[in-house]
Design a protein around this ligand. Sequence first.
Ligand SMILES: Cc1cc2nc3c(=O)[nH]c(=O)nc-3n(C[C@H](O)[C@H](O)[C@H](O)COP(=O)(O)O)c2cc1C
Length: 309
Amino acid sequence: MNLATKIANTTFNNPIWVASGTFASGEEFTDFINLADVGAIITKTVTLKARTGNPPPRIVETAAGMLNSIGLENNGAAVFKQEQYSRLKQLNTKVIVSIGGGTKQEFIECTKILAEANFPSALELNFSCPNVEHAQAKFKLTAQDPVLTEEIVAAVKQQTKVPIIAKLTPNVTDIVTIAKAAEAGGADAVALSNTYRGIAVDAETKRPLLGNIIGGLSGPAIKPLSLMAVWETYKHISIPIIGIGGIMTGIDAAEFMLCGAWAVQVGTANLVDPDAHARVLQEFKDYLKRHNIKQLDELIGRVRDPNSC
Ligand SMILES: Cc1cc2nc3c(=O)[nH]c(=O)nc-3n(C[C@H](O)[C@H](O)[C@H](O)COP(=O)(O)O)c2cc1C
């Protein structure tokens, strides 16, 4: 069984990755899983300058999911590089660094600091954090503005040969337009998608439950919505799609790949169960075996017509 999947010129050992913000930089999980079995680790989003994040509470459980409003707390790109790069480079797996920014210039500066000749395996541009507004976007988030999405991808591409993944927001009328803009800018892949904006309210105290009021909804509640984003976009772009949203089992991963994902990222499941990645990978392998699938081409985009026999 060949599980390898390719983005630009980089080959990943398997298509089961872990999502930004739910896996720290990997070391917290070494007691639970073998990091070499993770197709790729996507780091927590790093910004040019340090950010303290949003006021607490920052996490609340919901029916079949959770809301978070972390607000991209991090120590800034230079400190991240100094403290994490030598360790991340020694991990026996692919590392993708997620970067975010409030302006095009911040994305460019972050790329200059973090992209080296042979590291990381890709940069994931977080155009979609629901908790941080983009200063230049016509709307609130970069990935709500196709022109800015294309411009920033193109600007980052000029800085580096490292493959670029644009992580989009589902909080748009038509995600296909934004995915096409990322492709036009030169993105090597799109990640679909980040969390859905939501709020939670305590009826007794009559107060919002998150310090920032608005958070991003993740977990099983969003899986059908994310699947739809992947399925719709697959028909309209030719770069790979990375599927994200409510993946809790290997069967969920297979569903995303049937709808057109070349790889998937496991997010909230890591917070429920630190073994989640290992279990999802094993269940995914079992599924492939059961269906006699020898390589991923036989699965990707192969969801059938409802009327086929
Ligand atoms: C606590 C938490 C923190 C997150 N932080 C980030 C982040 O820093 N950057 C980012 O691109 N996505 C972040 N995300 C979004 C996830 O990477 C993922 O896109 C989303 O949670 C949907 O996947 P899931 O339903 O499997 O969790 C975060 C999600 C959670 C739950």
